[in-house]
Design a protein around this ligand. Structure first.
Ligand SMILES: C[S@@+](CC[C@H](N)C(=O)[O-])C[C@H]1O[C@@H](n2cnc3c(N)ncnc32)[C@H](O)[C@@H]1O
Length: 232
């Protein structure tokens, strides 16, 4: 049997056609996703060779490519890379590469010092050891995650990065219907497909643990944004 995470993400790529949102919702309070995108937009112009680790379907990588000299997206799930390649062809962009890791989890097929900035948008943090090799001295690693604050900080410290920022954004997301909750839950890594009829009981039980009103079901939208430098 292969790596469980890879199998799950390959299945999600086949089931949902990528990683874009398939549910209807509204955000309230601090919005870490917008903050992270804003930080990348300000930072990429002075860090032109960019690697997106855990790029998924590549749509976000393609958006970032407009600011970079060259962006590479990499992922361990082959189905995700196939989708990313298709999105690249549709966008007809020439400064983007998508590279499958070959199914490897913590070792990446790129030369030493190839990048100025390596980011992970809700992708892995296990790349941080190999990222030191792929960054030029003074290069940055950054990420946004919906959990894992302690693990990220520990991995940055263990691998000798200088922490520049670590900010929490505690907002909420209001999902319009029970089906929106099912779609949202089904994207939690490793989760089953909560839209399946046999999951209805579990779905109701989980929904009862969140605040519900006639406007929808409110779930936490917590994000941790981190930035660190590799001083070589
Ligand atoms: C939550 S999705 C996010 C996808 C994309 N970054 C986005 O924002 O839409 C996480 C992605 O990271 C990939 N991934 C997880 N661990 C990885 C690893 N160790 N190396 C490479 N890719 C990984 C998964 O296959 C998946 O496509």
């Amino acid at each position: 049997m292969g790596h469980l995470g890879i199998e799950w993400y390959n299945a999600v790529a086949a089931r949902d056609g990528g990683y874009r949102r398939t549910w209807d919702s509204e955000f309230e309070g601090p919005d870490g996703e917008t903050a992270f995108t804003g930080w990348l937009r300000r930072t990429i112009p002075s860090h032109p060779r960019v690697l997106d680790v855990g790029c998924g379907d590549g749509l976000y990588t393609l958006v970032m490519s407009s600011l970079a000299e060259r962006v590479t997206g990499t992922d361990y799930a082959e189905n995700m890379i196939r989708l990313a390649e298709r999105h690249k062809r549709e966008a007809a962009l020439t400064n983007v590469d998508f590279v499958w890791t070959g199914g490897r989890v913590e070792v990446y097929p790129f030369p030493d010092r190839a990048f100025d900035l390596i980011y992970s948008r809700r992708g892995p943090t296990s790349h941080l050891a190999d990222a030191r090799r792929m960054l030029r001295p003074g290069g940055l690693v950054a990420g946004i995650h919906s959990g894992d604050r302690e693990r990220v900080l520990e991995r940055l410290a263990v691998n000798g990065y200088e922490l520049l920022a670590g900010d929490e954004y505690a907002g909420t997301e209001r999902l319009k219907t029970l089906r929106d909750l099912a779609l949202w839950l089904s994207r939690i890594p490793g989760a089953p497909d909560y839209t399946a009829p046999e999951m209805a009981g579990d779905l109701e039980r989980i929904a009862s643990t969140y605040e519900r009103s006639n406007r929808g079901i409110t779930v936490p939208h917590w994000r941790f944004i981190w930035v660190a430098r590799w001083n070589g």
